[in-house]
Design a protein around this ligand. Structure first.
Ligand SMILES: Cc1ncc(COP(=O)(O)O)c(C=O)c1O
Length: 380
């Protein structure tokens, strides 16, 4: 068996330009290298404005942002936290960092996000049992916002802090608000495959000044304001560096273009696959409010004659990177002991779902190649 060729067409590679280079060199030349500095302050202010929240705290990753958000929500050992099952493991790991227990919630078929009906039922029966959840994490999957019209009031009714995992959703809007602005706190990721990248980084966004201040404190080793090193709390080394914030500022200047490009890629996939039997783009894709971070297909093996894995390996053998939809948390060996509400929808989406190259630097010619190879995989 011959090895696959190198990847030529990536799923979601970084898309950087001269603005990022210029700002990075500015940070470098100013010697604001270690680690905070004016670009961090400016990046926070600019992201807060873009998301429409009062405060943003630049951190080393989206995972760090979630860890701090859960900690500040009061989550601790033995607590239970609701979390979407159809997501990347980084949504759930911070629950475990705090000694708490995730309870996973299935996705809906129509938006692939957390099933609010299941959340509602569980919160009602937990209240009857006299139990309480410590927090809920709602993940805006592949850029599409959750049903916050129902989720926000529901969490408020039961007094549960709601954390929006908008790692994949910067640039999306929903109900006239931007992704990241829902719930008590939101988190963003700027890792290499996201709509904007700082190579690695994240942000915690909130309207609550006290939470933002506390996050800054915890993220800088919880140093007390004293001339010597004084510590009351356990802290973390979670701040973003000034160099990376400079790159992020250059990226943020182009957010609208990047969203527009990803949306046009999603439109083209939808058009190209309309007549391919057994291949469907994710329902409602692109959702008019989504940044269309990644476009996903659903492969029905009974109609297509091939399954998702056959399509993926066919593409990979031609130098095209495609990835299965996230393997749900409740199917991960790591979480085999966790409780799950439903789970069948997420399991089916994993079995049939495939993410296609969707980066904002993808050329039309490259996308056409992906489309013809997917069609060829189905005919093969
Ligand atoms: C849904 C989701 N949550 C959290 C994260 C974690 O972000 P980071 O890689 O910046 O830690 C990611 C991406 O990696 C993600 O896709």
């Amino acid at each position: 068996m011959s090895a696959d060729p190198p990847i030529r067409i990536f799923l979601s590679p970084p898309d950087v330009g001269p603005d990022e280079r210029e700002l990075l060199l500015d940070a470098f030349d100013s010697n604001w290298i270690a680690p905070l500095g004016p670009h961090v302050d400016a990046f926070e202010a600019e992201v807060a404005a873009a998301v429409g929240v009062r405060h943003a705290v630049a951190l080393s990753s989206g995972t760090a942002a979630l860890h701090l958000a859960l900690l500040m929500a009061g989550v601790g050992p033995g607590d239970r936290v609701l979390c979407s099952t159809l997501t990347f493991v980084a949504s759930a790991n911070p629950i475990v960092y705090l000694g708490a227990e995730p309870v996973f919630v299935d996705a809906t078929r129509h938006d692939w996000n957390i099933d609010v009906g299941l959340v509602e039922g569980e919160l009602a029966s937990a209240a009857e049992r006299g139990e309480r959840y410590a927090a809920a994490i709602a993940v805006d999957l592949y850029g599409r916002c959750c049903d916050y019209q129902r989720l926000e009031p529901l969490c408020r009714t039961y007094g549960i802090p709601l954390i929006e995992d908008a790692a994949e959703a910067l640039g999306s809007t929903h109900l006239g608000r931007s992704a990241g602005s829902f719930g008590d706190m939101g988190i963003l990721s700027f890792n290499g495959n996201k709509i904007l990248t700082t190579s690695g980084g994240g942000m915690l966004v909130t309207d609550d000044a006290a939470l933002a201040e506390r996050a800054r404190h915890l993220a800088t080793q919880a140093r007390e304001p004293a001339p010597h090193y004084e510590h009351v709390d356990v802290g973390f080394n979670y701040r973003m560096s000034n160099l990376l914030a400079a790159v992020g500022r250059g990226q943020l200047r182009h957010l609208e273009e990047k969203v527009a490009r990803r949306r046009s890629i999603a439109d083209r996939y939808r058009d190209r696959f309309a007549a391919v039997p057994g291949i469907e783009v994710a329902p409602g894709s692109p959702d008019p409010s989504s940044n269309a971070w990644l476009t996903c297909l659903v492969v029905d093996p009974d109609v297509a004659g091939v399954d998702r894995e056959a399509v993926r390996t066919y593409l990979r053998a031609r130098g095209i990177e495609a990835r299965p939809v996230w393997k749900p948390m409740h199917l991960q060996p790591l979480f085999r002991a966790a409780r799950t509400l439903g789970g069948g929808v997420a399991a089916e989406l994993f079995a049939r779902g495939l993410c296609l190259p969707s980066g904002s630097s993808l050329t039309d010619a490259e996308q056409e190649e992906v489309c013809s190879e997917v069609s060829a995989a189905v005919r093969a």
